[in-house]
Design a binder for this molecule. Structure first.
Ligand SMILES: Nc1ncnc2c1ncn2[C@@H]1O[C@H](COP(=O)(O)OP(=O)(O)O)[C@@H](O)[C@H]1O
Ligand code: SF4
Ligand SMILES: [Mg+2]
Length: 322
């Protein structure tokens, strides 16, 4: 059984302009201790999927379908049971660590408070555990620096502290939503490496949400590519990178800087991302797709298995390599 199993997930919002379908028929699964990247341009529905999983959608939002965590259906779960799962089994890290840390409390107090309250530890034991987690996140000289306040850390160090805090309750699943977007490229790759290293060190499964497909390679096991709130392609990271099946995936990969194209301007995919308030009859990517034909505009491609473990929603999938 998968640790997290998302089936036919939909998220819609009621707005003054009508219903906005932000997420449509999304399927994916994550095994215990594995890592999954959820990739797509801004507005593709990544965050709303994760908020639906965590039961934290905005009040005008509704989720449909199924989200199973270790066999328990989370959609429609009562608030008390959800709180227990959020406090101990699933943790989430966001882009801006400053909003999640208390600026007036030392890191040591913020971390040990969680451990004494939720795991019933004594203060000394809690401090040791907090230092151990900061060490695991490679915060240098953790035993001294744990006495510092959040503003005394650099952005990259603060993000490490926040991940260490998310791990205090030993969650079985950590959802990191654009955890490195505000950081520079070198720091980004260090943090992603630390994050995905957790699955071997602590056995924590990771969902890494990012608009930057470049941070995914070499760090995650599987990936899901989203466009307009739908899954365009999914499969093992290595094989998707080696030979993308969907023209949108290829567009994202072509925009990743490589060593031989170092200083060149990156080719972004031309055209604008799909607005979530429009429901296209055909393929959502058709207005921007270089391969689009009449059929693409009239008939929406279903997601299908095209090779073992490789799924794509496209009438004219790519063959061969990039
Ligand atoms: N409370 C809301 N009411 C209406 N639409 C919303 C609300 N929250 C998010 N959306 C819409 O959902 C879509 C997906 O948003 P999001 O999941 O945040 O994208 P991503 O994380 O991929 O950048 C966007 O078009 C956004 O405008
Ligand atoms: S279905 Fe057609 S428009 Fe959509 S991605 Fe495939 S080729 Fe492009
Ligand atoms: Mg987002």
């Amino acid at each position: 059984m998968a640790l997290l199993e998302v089936r036919d997930l939909g998220v819609s919002f009621e707005t003054l302009d009508g219903t906005v379908n932000a997420v449509n028929g999304v399927d994916f699964a994550l095994e215990a201790g594995r890592s999954l990247a959820v990739v797509g341009e801004s507005g593709s529905g990544k965050s709303q999927i994760m908020l639906a999983v965590m039961g934290l959608l905005a009040r005008n939002g509704t989720a449909s379908g199924s989200v199973r965590f270790d066999g328990t259906e989370l959609l429609g779960l009562d608030e008390g049971a959800f709180n227990r799962i959020r406090a101990s089994e699933i943790a989430m890290v966001f882009q801006d660590p400053m909003t999640a840390l208390n600026p007036y409390m030392r890191i040591s107090d913020q971390m040990t408070e969680v451990l004494t309250l939720h795991r019933g530890m004594g203060v000394r034991e809690a401090l040791d555990e907090a230092v151990r987690l900061l060490d695991a996140m490679e915060v240098p000289d953790a035993r001294t620096r744990i006495r510092m306040y959040p503003h005394e850390f650099s952005g990259g160090m603060r993000q490490r502290v926040l991940i260490a805090m998310a791990l205090l309750c030993r969650p079985r699943l950590l959802i990191a939503d654009e955890p490195t977007t505000a950081l520079d490229v070198t720091v980004q790759s260090q943090i992603v490496r630390l994050l995905t290293g957790l699955r071997s060190d602590l056995g924590t499964a990771i969902v890494l949400v990012t608009h930057d497909v470049g941070v995914v390679v070499g760090s995650c096991d599987e990936m899901v590519v989203l466009y307009g709130g739908r899954v365009m392609e999914s499969g093992p990271v290595e094989s998707v990178f080696a030979a993308p099946l969907h023209p949108y995936t290829r567009g994202l990969l072509d925009a990743v800087p490589t060593i031989d194209r170092d200083d060149e301007r990156l080719p972004a995919i031309p055209g604008d991302p799909l607005s979530a308030s429009l429901v296209p009859a055909g393929c959502p990517f058709a207005p921007r797709c270089p391969r689009a034909e009449d059929r693409c505009r009239d008939e929406r491609p279903e997601i299908e298995t095209l090779a073992p473990g490789r799924l794509a929603a496209c009438h004219l999938p790519l063959g061969g390599g990039r």
